[in-house]
Write a protein that binds this ligand. Structure first.
Ligand code: ATP
Ligand code: MG
Length: 579
């Protein structure tokens, strides 16, 4: 028997799932019983389908496991997580933490309030929090706010709001700037201990000597350093005239040890301290001191700081301060979406993107606005685990976690993109009752008054020919009798067909003519193509939705049938979450 495309795809997916979970060999019986279990309405056809299923199982079993996985990822994105990884992901447990003791673990998440939090921050914050909870310890949220030229109050709030949405609950919230006096005194002490000095060379000269591995005069004389350190704090120097540098090793293989800057003079209005403070520690100085003094036992950060670990520990060594354990994990990136403030901020500053919650961005505000739920982000992060592998996880994996959560609670509604009119000869007006969800009756029903005129999606209309039969979902079948393209405006004429639902028949969503609202769906696409900003990164789909959508408030979720999951964004406007 000829098998329709949808059934064939479904059989392939269940076969592939079974085979990747069993080292590349699917079992015919299992596939049959999965099929009968998930498609009760097709049980009557099973006899006729058996030869087809056999062929599919054989052909899939002859493929390599790797090919099976990639085919599964193509047909059903997100399902290809292998069973082992899937088990780990379902358990959602991070591996034990090196040297951790119950009740004694302190972690911290140290964002700089110089932009909105993104999903990379979510990864870091969730890992920090999970470990604190795993050991009955403490999570500190520390705003790493030591650059008055970059920090803004708006960003502190955005970070707190993003974490709250994610469900990350710090036990203590503080700012690095709260400790500015303490940091100054540790800076002075380091100079007194001859572990640092004040350098007044130009930036160019510093760069040049650093590249050559040579030191400057400022470094050589401890007495000068002691004299200059007072001037550093009494306002004798202008911005860019002097910095405090760590006394490392100018010829070190690790360039991070070639006397890096520990403090610089920055004139700016700091959101917490105003313009009282002029001497600001760098991240390299503030991070180890703060971690040590805050009692952090396990300091976690992304792998790109690897070269700076030596400096982190050297600073604590020279000051005789306690050293936390350093743990690294890979930076989260997606193909086509830069997960970094450095890359996102310029798009906003030059106006190519209007706001931090633009649905194309990987910010938490954008994920929220797109209709992602925080539980999905947490599950996704935990499924990645804590590894150093620099692979970019497929965005579809995150979507799959989200789909699983929102699918059972999203009402199914109709939206037709680029509508085309369908006139059905002799169809009588009537009221039909449509289910809002195929399996969950608690999501209710809606009544739609239909007449003889409908709209279907342009893409569905394009493929139709005279004599084709299609089903208007949950209504009836229609047979096309004429396609009128006069007046540059296609109108399809049809008559009511039979009521039998045949597998091979296209089943399309529709909008009744007197039930229309004009509707717009924003569809975010890849923000970057390679290194280039993708000017087509936001598609706007225009069409008609059923009037029922007007009853939904912003923030509600829907699945527009055969279109995708969406979050209602404003009146007559939704954002596509994912397909
Ligand atoms: P950006 O490139 O976005 O400016 P950043 O590291 O400068 O990143 P911070 O606010 O300083 O941003 O980051 C706070 C914490 O979040 C750091 O510990 C950092 O390692 C972590 N983090 C930042 N981006 C990512 C990411 N893409 N994946 C995982 N962790 C990240
Ligand atoms: Mg940073």
């Amino acid at each position: 028997m000829p098998i329709d495309a949808d059934t064939e795809k479904f059989i392939k997916v269940i076969t592939l799932k079974n085979s990747v979970e069993h080292d590349g060999k699917a079992q015919f019986d299992v596939v049959i019983s999965k099929f009968m279990g998930s498609r009760p309405e097709q049980r009557s056809q099973i006899k006729a389908l058996i030869p087809e299923i056999k062929t599919i199982v054989q052909s899939i079993n002859s493929m390599s496991l790797a090919d099976q996985k990639s085919l599964l990822e193509e047909l059903a994105p997100g399902e290809a997580i292998t069973s082992k990884k899937k088990q780990a992901a379902e358990q959602l447990q991070l591996p034990p933490l090196e040297g951790a003791m119950q009740g004694k673990v302190v972690t911290r998440f140290p964002p700089e309030p110089n932009g909105y939090p993104h999903i990379g921050h979510a990864k870091a914050a969730i890992i920090d929090e999970e470990y604190a909870r795993m050991y009955g310890g403490k999570l500190i949220l520390r705003f790493d706010d030591t650059n008055p030229l970059k920090e803004k109050l708006e960003y502190y709030d955005a970070i707190s709001g993003g974490l709250e949405w994610l469900g990350v609950k710090p036990d203590l919230v503080k700012n690095t700037s709260d400790d500015i006096k303490l940091l100054h005194s540790y800076g002075r002490r380091l100079v007194e201990l001859d572990g640092a000095y004040v350098c007044t060379c130009s930036q160019d000269r510093i760069r040049d000597l650093r590249a050559k591995g040579l030191s400057c005069e400022c470094r050589r004389d401890h007495a000068t350093a002691l004299e200059r350190i007072s001037k550093m704090f009494d306002g004798s120097y202008e911005q860019n005239q002097a910095i405090i540098r760590f006394k490392g090793e100018m010829a070190d293989q690790n360039t991070a040890m070639r006397d890096p800057a520990l403090f610089r003079i920055l004139e700016g209005n700091h959101p917490k301290l105003g313009n009282k403070v002029r001497v600001w520690p760098t991240y390299d100085f503030a991070a180890p001191i703060e971690d040590s003094l805050d009692g952090v036992t396990h300091a976690m950060r992304t792998k790109e700081y690897e070269l700076r670990n030596a400096l982190y520990f050297a600073i604590l060594d020279r000051l005789g301060l306690r050293k936390p354990t350093m743990i690294e994990f890979s930076r989260l990136e997606f193909e086509g979406v830069p997960v970094s403030k450095r890359k996102i901020k310029p798009l906003i500053e030059d106006g190519r993107i209007k706001s931090w919650d633009d649905p194309r961005l990987p910010t938490l505000a954008a994920f929220r606005r797109r209709g992602f739920v925080p539980e999905a982000i947490r599950k996704f992060v935990l499924s990645l685990g804590i590894t150093l592998a620099e692979t970019k996880p497929p965005f579809e994996t995150l979507e799959a976690f989200n789909r699983k959560i929102i699918d059972p609670v999203s009402p199914r509604l109709f939206f037709v993109k680029n509508p085309v009119e369908v006139h059905i000869n002799g169809a009588l007006g009537k009221e039909v009752v449509l289910k809002n969800h195929p399996t969950d009756a608690s999501l209710g029903t809606r009544k739609v008054k239909v007449t003889d005129t409908f709209y279907i999606a342009g893409d569905d209309a394009t493929s139709l020919k005279v004599d084709d039969e299609i089903r208007l979902i949950e209504l009836y079948n229609i047979k096309i009798i004429e396609i009128d393209e006069s007046n540059n405006n296609r109108v399809i004429k049809a008559q009511i067909g039979g009521d039998e639902i045949r597998q091979s028949m296209p089943k399309v969503q529709w909008i009744a003519k007197n039930d229309i609202v004009e509707y717009k769906v924003m569809i975010p696409k890849e923000l970057y193509k390679g290194e280039e900003y993708n000017t087509n990164s936001l598609e706007i789909a225009q069409g008609f939705a059923e009037s029922f959508v007007s009853t939904l408030k912003p923030d509600a979720r829907v699945q527009f049938v055969r279109f995708g999951f969406c979050r209602i964004d404003a009146k007559n406007q939704a954002i596509m979450t994912h397909r």
